[in-house]
Ligand binder design. Structure first.
Ligand SMILES: [Zn+2]
Length: 80
C-alpha cells in the first residue's frame, strides 16, 4: 500500500501525525518537520487533502471547536 512508502531519509508521517498537523495549521501552529515532508511528498499531500475535506465537512456539521485535548496533543507533536 502507498502508506507503507517509508524511506529512512524522508519518512511519511502516520495518518495520525498528518491529522495533528492539520490541527496545528488550524491553530496557526505550523509543524515544520511535517510541512517540509508534505511539500515533497505527493502521497501525503493527497492524504492531507482528504483529511482537510473530512474536517471541512465535520466543521460544517458540528460547528464547534476542536477539543482542548487535541490542541495539547498537537502542541506536543514537534517533540516526538
Ligand atoms: Zn509522505
Amino acid at each position: 500500500m502507498l502508506e507503507k512508502t517509508i524511506s529512512e531519509k524522508n519518512p511519511c508521517p502516520t495518518d495520525h501525525d498528518l491529522e495533528l498537523y492539520l490541527l496545528r495549521v488550524h491553530y496557526d501552529l505550523p509543524s515544520r518537520k511535517i510541512q517540509s515532508h508534505v511539500e515533497s511528498c505527493p502521497i501525503c499531500q493527497d492524504k492531507l487533502r482528504q483529511l482537510q475535506e473530512f474536517y471541512r465537512l465535520l466543521d460544517q456539521e458540528m460547528a464547534r471547536p476542536i477539543p482542548r485535548e487535541a490542541y495539547l496533543l498537537a502542541q506536543g507533536l514537534e517533540d516526538v
